[in-house]
Ligand binder design. Structure first.
Ligand code: FES
Ligand SMILES: [Fe+2]
Length: 352
């Protein structure tokens, strides 16, 4: 690929010592599913007791895709010659002989299921620590008092870094989302602050003293007075970015509620990504129309971003030299995140 590493300057495209969203909880069942993650084929299923399992998805005998096999109890039986592997990846049985060949094992990925999402660890197994997951409770994904909707996953022909930059980039709203986010122009003109927060970074902007727009009226029907609205983009690691924030009554400063959009990004391969979106709100729990509205907004807005980053990916896959990159002041947060991500990848290379 002509511009394989852009926008990073590292040799490796992604960090591996990292949790990534592999699937939504409902996608993982007693049926075998395969998903490409960090260039590897991963097989996902549930044991009889419901625990999620992730192992490599290619049979070490003759490379048959294991999702075409079947589950026998908690084990996977390859559909080609019947080699059978336990949930720990160990080969348990080769039907044509007694005993199993050496090295007939599947790689096993540590799994944590949290917030309606099955997360897998792609680094060495001994370093897998659930404490390294982003704080899902803090953003409403794994906490009481929040209503969550999980949207269907989209797989996009674009490197994952383009989506990270898109989400931290608040000035594209006026153009890419001109018709779907009508007040985008005003939002784009708001001053931006960049704050480092525990291992991450938040690009924040706040609309102060604005009349409640139809969306806010739908969320808070009793609010006629002016409101303050946060438009954060919080990088919590390469696997997760939160956007949205709290809406408050302008006069009293009292919070009306918080609406978070939780974007989970997983590299599928060097030029492809999986995009999981969840929405979490701490108000309007008895109003399912708000959930439907979030899903509908996602359906309209998400393809606009997906089209934009796929178009950039097409350019990057071509041979044309790129112009020297220029940035605007508003890109500061996204550039800082690039540096964080590069530092994470380089730290791994040094430790390896
Ligand atoms: S390819 Fe899987 S058992 Fe032969
Ligand atoms: Fe966007």
């Amino acid at each position: 690929m002509a511009h394989a590493s852009y926008p990073l300057t590292t040799e490796q495209p992604y960090p591996r010592r990292q949790w990534w969203a592999a699937a939504t909880a409902t996608e993982v069942s007693r049926n075998l599913v395969a998903r490409d993650i960090l260039g590897e084929r991963v097989l996902l299923y549930r044991k009889e007791d419901g625990t999620a399992v992730a192992v490599s998805g290619i049979c070490p005998h003759r490379a048959f895709p294991l999702e075409k096999g079947r589950l026998v109890g908690d084990s996977v039986q390859c559909g080609y010659h019947g080699f059978t592997f336990g949930p720990d990846g160990a080969c348990q049985r080769v039907p044509s002989q007694n005993g199993v060949p050496q090295h007939a094992t599947l790689r096993r990925y540590p799994v944590v299921e949290r917030g309606g999402v099955v997360w897998i660890w792609t680094g060495e197994e001994s370093a897998a620590d659930p404490a390294l997951l982003p704080d899902l409770a803090a953003i409403g994904l794994d906490a009481p008092g929040w209503t969550v909707e999980i949207h269907p996953v989209a797989t996009v022909e674009a490197r994952y870094t383009l989506l990270i930059e898109n989400l931290l980039d608040l000035s594209h709203v006026t153009f890419i989302h001109a018709t779907t986010i009508p007040s985008g122009e005003k939002v784009a003109a708001l001053p931006v602050t960049v704050e480092a927060r525990s291992g991450g970074l938040t690009v924040a902007r706040k609309a102060v003293g604005i009349p409640p727009n139809p969306l806010i009226k739908a969320q808070f029907p009793d609010q006629d007075a002016l409101v303050d609205q946060e438009f954060d983009a919080q990088y919590m690691g390469p696997c997760l970015i939160r956007t949205g924030g709290t809406i408050s009554d302008h006069a009293s400063g009292k919070a009306l509620g918080t609406q978070n959009f939780i974007h989970m990004i997983t590299p599928a391969a060097p030029g492809r990504l999986h995009y999981f979106v969840a929405t979490a709100r701490d108000f309007g729990h008895d109003n399912p129309a708000l959930g439907a509205m979030n899903l509908a907004m996602g359906t309209r807005i998400q393809p606009e971003d997906v089209d934009a980053i796929s178009a950039i990916e097409t350019v990057l896959r071509g041979d044309a030299p790129l112009p020297r990159e220029v940035s605007a002041r508003v890109d500061n947060g996204a550039l800082q995140v690039r540096r964080l991500l590069e530092a994470q990848i380089r730290a791994e290379a040094l430790a390896a």
